[in-house]
Design a protein around this ligand. Structure first.
Ligand code: CA
Length: 228
């Protein structure tokens, strides 16, 4: 049980209501917006713990909202789409959503996904980890979920943070996409390689912007990634 606020941006009232009901059964409070117009303002104002964001919305679509939110917030975003083939395309765009669910969905599954996202952002997975791990000027705090590069704080999404924290604990080791996926998603569902690549691309861009040194994260053709 929690008193966490979930922002639901969904223009179909029936879908919004069923989400509200199921979230409430799991102890979440919800706020519903039926258009994309005020979504970004609501994230700023209401500071929700997570956002369930429909892709097709009146006034402003989910893609635009997601991009705008990512300018200032790493709030977990679960995106709803009407087409399963959209998910791969959206991942390729690297818009920074943390998870995707295709309509029609089971509300139970959506709640489980929300809970999984929140778990990932609120707990650390291995107790043997020291709280802080650093490598060449990049310092991550596994308890506070914060990251600094040359002492300057940088904002990472939950998935980016998990990817970096897995890599940084094994400098020089090449980690396969499968290993990275397993560490970034709690459930065993299949995530395409492009998903990892797209999150990794965003992560590398953020690190490169913050640091003058050549990129620390290297892709290893046909295998995965390493930090070196
Ligand atoms: Ca819609």
């Amino acid at each position: 049980m929690s008193d966490k606020l979930i922002l639901i941006v969904e223009d179909e009232p029936k879908i919004a209501q069923i989400l509200v009901d199921f979230l409430s059964m799991s102890g979440f409070t919800s706020k519903v917006l039926d258009s994309g117009l005020d979504a970004v303002a609501s994230v700023k104002q209401d500071k929700p713990s997570a956002v369930i964001l429909d892709l097709m919305l009146p006034h402003k679509d989910g893609l635009t909202i997601c991009r705008e939110v990512r300018q200032f917030s790493n709030v977990p975003i679960l995106m709803l789409t009407a087409r399963v083939d959209e998910i791969d395309r959206l991942n390729g765009l690297g818009i920074g959503a943390d998870d995707y669910v295709c309509k029609p969905f089971s509300p139970r599954e959506v709640v489980a996904r929300v809970e999984a996202i929140l778990r990932r952002t609120c707990t650390q997975d291995t107790i043997s980890n020291p709280q802080e791990v650093s490598f060449k000027g990049v310092v991550i705090n596994l308890e506070k979920f914060s990251c600094t590069v040359d002492k300057v704080h940088i904002e990472l999404t939950p998935v980016e943070f998990r990817l970096l924290s897995v890599l940084i604990q094994k400098p020089g080791a090449v980690l396969s996409r499968e290993i990275l996926m397993t560490n970034c998603y709690d459930d065993a569902r299949v995530v395409s390689n492009r998903t990892i690549d797209s999150h990794m691309k965003n992560l590398r861009t953020k690190l490169n912007v913050a640091q003058d040194e050549p990129s620390l994260i290297h892709s290893v053709y046909g295998i995965g990634y390493k930090i070196e």
